[in-house]
Write a protein that binds this ligand. Structure first.
Ligand SMILES: Cc1cc2nc3c(=O)[nH]c(=O)nc-3n(C[C@H](O)[C@H](O)[C@H](O)COP(=O)(O)OP(=O)(O)OC[C@H]3O[C@@H](n4cnc5c(N)ncnc54)[C@H](O)[C@@H]3O)c2cc1C
Length: 458
């Protein structure tokens, strides 16, 4: 066919190199809204770090861009291919290499999905507590985006659970950072630098994950409130109470109505309460002991009542699971309803009332429509923006993200910059930091072949 194709086939196999019409549409996009698909020249399915290194060596000599890809569930265009480039798809590098029970560590290849890991850990009563809303996502993608999710309020995000990495750099060299140990004061922490680098510094080929004993009992409380303000004010108080919720989510009334309708869930909330409720708080408490959960739920209900909840429902576990599932699928509902962008700015949770009221005002002034739900306990709510006019959307997004930064926050809490948030990142982030990040990229990827144009622009 041509020299590059022949080289890729000689490193892998004919069956693991796709080109032209054999490239499935799946590999031309991720879940960023409003992006046209881009067909790469090749999709290659490596099965080892040495194959990845050999492919990088070819690409760096010929200046061919590489886009690492996990499951393509990212929301920032991070896995959007570069024209004329290669997509390295980790679908076949998806083995769980080891579950080390004594050290509470799982060693996995990057294509392992969250679902796959959860199933594999079941027999050991251990779990990997980071739970981004899309369980088909890969651990490689999670590491590259520093994924968060609903349980971050209690357990933290991906970077708190990645003990070590094997990574192929843009030079073709393979480095190992961290390992099966929980602390280190041994030079700069390259492990943490690689986490969240969105495939621009290196290609992750092995991951050491910290596991935890699985809590076996839990309880879920749903509380409607008459205003978003009241919810935003209740959140810091719930956290200060010491109850340590493992989920603390909010859904505005529109997100609640559409998310529950989407999965056919009836929570039996009386009509008069529904009519008054502007937003809902969902709180999950977990423990290894059911009586402790029951005591904590009682305390939580008292607190929610004193913070102004219109009513309080302790959900049976089957309904609670269905509600969490509905919340996780909220993005698909927003997408199906024609949402034009998703905002996942993060800010100090104390600033949440201020942020939400300013955002509502910005949206109204620009003739845009906004609906939201998200990880309110982390100060990281997800807002779906409906605005068809591209220029108005851009200025509205810029104002909203600037508001978050002015309130002490950041542009993305967990979805990443990719290409989708790039114009806002470049406009709003400290230029000194951007220059520093560009210099770091040059060291890891001197030829600039790893996800070029993502995160830092050209
Ligand atoms: C319905 C829905 C709900 C979601 N909820 C959440 C949520 O609650 N929290 C959250 O954080 N995210 C959430 N997401 C976003 C998404 O699931 C995460 O960003 C996830 O980490 C992406 O994983 P992936 O395997 O799909 O990665 P991809 O989309 O394939 O890639 C994401 C980025 O990682 C890079 N990458 C992939 N693999 C590697 C590798 N091996 N080495 C180096 N770079 C690599 C890619 O180049 C890209 O930049 C949600 C998405 C959906 C669709």
């Amino acid at each position: 066919m041509n020299e590059i194709y022949d080289q890729l086939v000689s490193i892998t196999s004919v069956e693991r190199v796709r080109t032209g019409e054999n490239i499935s549409l799946d590999y031309t996009h991720d879940e960023a809204l409003g992006r046209d698909p881009i067909f790469p020249d090749y999709v290659v399915f490596p099965i080892s770090s040495s194959e990845v290194a050999s492919i990088v060596n070819i690409c760096k000599d010929k200046n061919i861009p590489i886009t690492p890809r996990g499951s393509g569930s990212g929301m920032s265009g991070g896995a959007l291919p570069s024209p004329g480039g290669i997509v390295l798809a980790f679908d076949r590098m998806n083995s769980i290499l080891e579950v080390d029970i004594d050290n509470h560590v799982a060693v996995v290849e990057p294509g392992v999905t969250l679902n796959q890991l959860e199933t594999a850990l079941e027999p050991y009563s251990l779990f990997y507590p980071v739970r981004p809303g899309e369980s088909s996502a890969s651990l490689g993608g999670n590491v590259a985006t520093n994924a968060g999710g609903m349980r971050a309020i209690r357990f933290g995000v991906t970077r708190h659970h990645v003990l070590g990495l094997e990574t192929v750099l843009g030079t073709g060299e393979i480095i190992n950072t961290g390992g099966k140990f929980v602390k280190s004061s041994s030079g700069y922490d390259l492990n943490q630098l690689l986490i969240g680098s969105e495939g621009t510094l290196g290609i992750v080929t092995k991951i050491f994950l910290k596991l935890q004993p699985k809590p076996i009992s839990y309880g879920t409380v749903l509380a409607p409130f008459a205003s978003l303000d009241e919810i935003a004010s209740a959140v810091p108080k719930i956290i200060s109470s010491g109850l340590s919720p493992s989920v603390l989510e909010y859904l505005d009334f529109l997100a609640m109505a559409s998310a529950t309708k989407n999965v056919g869930l009836d929570l039996a909330i009386p009509k008069d309460i529904q009519d008054q409720a502007m937003a809902y708080l969902v709180v999950v408490l977990e423990n290894i002991n059911q009586s402790r959960v029951d005591e904590d739920i009682e305390t939580l209900c008292e607190l929610l009542g004193s913070y102004g909840a219109l009513d309080i429902y302790i959900l049976p576990n089957s309904k609670a699971e269905a509600l969490i599932d509905a919340r996780e699928k909220a993005f698909w509902v927003a997408k199906a309803s024609g949402a034009d962008d998703v905002i996942d700015a993060v800010l100090p949770r104390k600033e949440m009332p201020n942020y939400l009221s300013t955002v509502t005002q910005i949206a109204a002034e620009s003739g845009s429509f906004i609906a939201g739900c998200g990880h309110v306990g982390d100060g990281n709510v997800h807002l779906s923006l409906f605005q068809k006019d591209k220029d108005v959307k851009h200025t509205t997004m810029m104002s909203i993200l600037k508001t978050a930064i002015d309130l002490g926050g950041a542009i993305s809490g967990e979805h990443g910059i990719g290409v989708e948030k790039l114009p806002y990142f470049l406009a709003l982030e400290d230029p000194i930091k951007i220059q520093l990040e560009k210099k770091i990229k040059e060291l890891f990827d001197p030829s600039g072949i790893l996800n070029p144009g993502h995160v830092l622009g050209s």
